[in-house]
Write a protein that binds this ligand. Structure first.
Ligand code: NFE
Length: 477
């Protein structure tokens, strides 16, 4: 028996540790995933104007800031009892869509690809593993060329998004009442020219490279299944009747059902939070750290649906739409993510065509004295929810439940492992000094532990700047 520890796992956002035990045949018989960073936007937001969440929660992460602003603005508008216009929804879809394209391209080319393709033997690609890379020399160099081209395409996706968002990352124009940037003939035309180029890269290079990897590594359709349950909130509002491009729901044991939000709870038995921070619906969630708590091993809580373990992400979205249902595995996650990218890019052309330049996308709203609300969306990595309540126009409670919290959660109060932990179980590692199989499984979820942890200074009530008083590294934002 041996223990394999990868700490930190690289080519993802945040600080994630994976620790597995393997038996004498190098088969994984136990797995722990640890979110190793300490943050706490819930505490930062306490006492602030409810609208501040739209900007402050974007700073949780540079990868999915738009999703946080969308969840936050939905929570605020829900608490105000306001529904945005179709023009506002289309503008938000185009801002969010631009972020999706940049983020999924980033994941495939810059975070996951080097698990399958040998990088040039020069910095920044070295040092790296020397494992079963299966592409021919010419295939390998074609894919690496696209790795470089993808950097340029991502920049263009960002420039495209900034046309409607003011800037990216951390967008400025999403506000209660819609989007403050006006759709004009000029910015629509510029957006379109970027989108056509980004879309062509997705349809050609991304799809070709994805299919090549999937064919060469088809055994990865049989690895890393995990819990086998899928959950999604749905995303991209397509009309004012509540319909979305990706539908909400759950998939379990081959059956699709609608989502009942009251069945969501976060547990904290194995998380560095007080026991009172667990066993709660996010609406009444608490985030009180207790570093060193006996038995705990992660800063992530354990969200569960109906007390069961669910995976979230592009695969869940494509399953729920019945547009990709081949299976649940490492390679299915990559395929669903790629096909979703293609679908969103195509849909963005339609949204652009529907935008009205004669109507504003924004209505100014005033803040009521008190309110409660929630905002659900899908970030690139999966289901994202913000829950708020405020009085005296000041937030009493703000809770964020992120996709990576669902996917990379530690064991819950019932001892059930999180989806990633389950996906690692039973896998045989060829070489425990270069456990590429484990990395391929971890990266298929595209984890972002930065999104999934929380920050607080328990000793000083400082909301915007803090120093962590635990054995962890000092953190200042
Ligand atoms: Ni930091 Fe995020 C996404 C969110 S993951 S990237 O996508 O929300 O938890």
């Amino acid at each position: 028996m041996a223990t394999i520890k990868i700490d930190p796992v690289t080519r993802l956002e945040g600080h994630l540790k994976i620790e597995v035990e393997v038996d004498s045949n190098n088969k994984v018989i136990n797995a722990h995933s640890t979110g190793n960073l300490f943050r706490g936007f819930e505490k930062i937001l306490s006492g602030r104007d409810p609208r501040d969440g739209i900007h402050i929660t974007q700073r949780i992460c540079g990868l999915c800031p738009v999703s946080h602003s969308v969840a936050a603005v939905k929570a605020v508008e829900d608490s105000f009892g306001y529904k945005p216009s179709l023009n506002a929804m289309l503008m938000r879809n185009l801002i969010l869509g631009g972020n999706y394209l940049a983020d999924h391209i980033l994941h495939f080319y810059h975070l996951a690809l080097l698990d399958y393709v040998k990088g040039p033997q020069a910095s920044p690609w070295t040092p790296g593993y020397d494992v079963d890379y299966r592409l021919s020399e010419s295939e390998n160099s074609a894919v690496i060329n696209n790795y470089i081209k993808a950097l340029e395409i991502r920049r263009k996706a960002h420039e495209m998004t900034a046309l409607f968002a003011g800037k990216i990352p951390h967008v400025m124009s999403i506000a209660p009442g819609g989007v403050t940037q006006k759709p004009t003939t000029g910015n629509i035309a510029k957006y379109r020219s970027y989108l056509v180029e980004v879309k062509a890269f997705i349809d050609n290079e991304y799809m070709t490279d994805l299919n090549l990897i999937a064919n060469k590594y088809s055994d990865y359709y049989n690895l890393g299944r995990g819990c086998g349950n899928l959950l999604t909130y749905g995303v991209f509002d397509i009309d004012t009747n509540g319909n979305t491009l990706f539908e909400s729901g759950i998939y379990k044991n081959g059956t699709y059902s609608s989502l009942d939000l009251s069945k969501i709870k976060e547990y904290a038995k194995y998380s560095w939070y007080t026991d009172d921070s667990g066993n709660r619906h996010p609406e009444s969630g608490k985030t009180e750290p207790q570093y060193g708590k006996s038995g705990a091993y992660s800063w992530l809580k354990s969200p569960r649906y109906n007390n069961e373990v669910f995976e979230v992400g592009p695969l869940a979205r494509m399953f729920m739409n019945k547009e990709y249902t081949r299976g649940i595995s490492v390679m299915d996650r990559h395929m669903a993510r790629g096909l979703e990218t293609k679908k969103i890019a195509a849909e963005m052309i339609n949204w652009l065509n529907q935008l009205s330049t004669s109507e504003s996308a924004y209505t100014q709203l005033s803040v009521p004295y008190s309110g409660t609300g929630f905002g659900l969306t899908e970030a690139p990595r999966g289901a994202l929810g913000h829950w708020i309540n405020f009085s005296n126009k000041q937030l009493n409670n703000y809770q964020v439940l992120t996709p990576t919290c669902w996917n990379v959660s530690p064991r819950d109060d019932f001892g059930q492992m999180g989806p990633l932990e389950q996906a690692l179980m039973g896998v045989t590692v060829q070489n425990i000094d270069q456990p590429i199989e484990l990395l391929r499984i971890v990266h298929s979820f595209d984890p972002c532990t930065g999104c999934s942890i929380h920050v607080i200074d328990p000793e000083k009530n400082i909301k915007a700047k803090f120093v962590v008083s635990t054995p962890n590294p000092k953190g200042v934002i």
